[in-house]
Design a protein around this ligand. Sequence first.
Ligand code: GAR
Length: 198
Amino acid sequence: KKRVAILVSGGGSNMVSLVDSMLKDADHPGQPCLVLSNNADAGGLTKAAARGVSTAVVDHRPFGKDREAFEAELVKPILEARADVVCLAGFMRVLTAGFVRQFEGRMLNIHPSLLPKYKGLHTHARALEAGDDRHGCTVHEVTPLLDDGPILGQAEVPVNPGDTPDDLAARVLVQEHRLYPAVLARYLRGERDVLHLS
Ligand code: GAR
């Protein structure tokens, strides 16, 4: 099996969907080897531990603006866990090109918009402001440019009249939990055609 490290900053619901998809399917091509966070208070850490997955924390704050020094520590538990693939799942630190290149072709991210629309933050509010009638989420391979890189899968949701950003976020999150595990399994099997869920 391919060893999968998952990086989280917060609640970790996408991480749970990935871990559970691997643990519940004996034939899954992946196994979770590490859940790593920049935030010691991330709810994802307790959820990972409850599932028997190793956890680690590298706090970004002591490194200030020195991203490279932070990443020099962040990479250590990933290498110690002998991860084959790295999944960013609500990991809210921007990664430098140098870090990304160490995992080129084996790092995935989930982003809460239909990329290439709405890279960066506040994606749900921006979709509402634009008057979009469709919104969704994307899983893509990570390249040095933020929220760029080859798209591996997308799931769409409708935007309904009167939706708030929170309404939309909740509707998209349900689809994230379907999309990311499906894309990861395909990715580990070497499939690179784009998955479309609706
Ligand atoms: C998810 O909606 C994910 O797409 C988003 O953060 C949330 C994390 O939730 N990621 C980004 O915005 C990345 N820039 P989770 O911790 O419950 O998985």
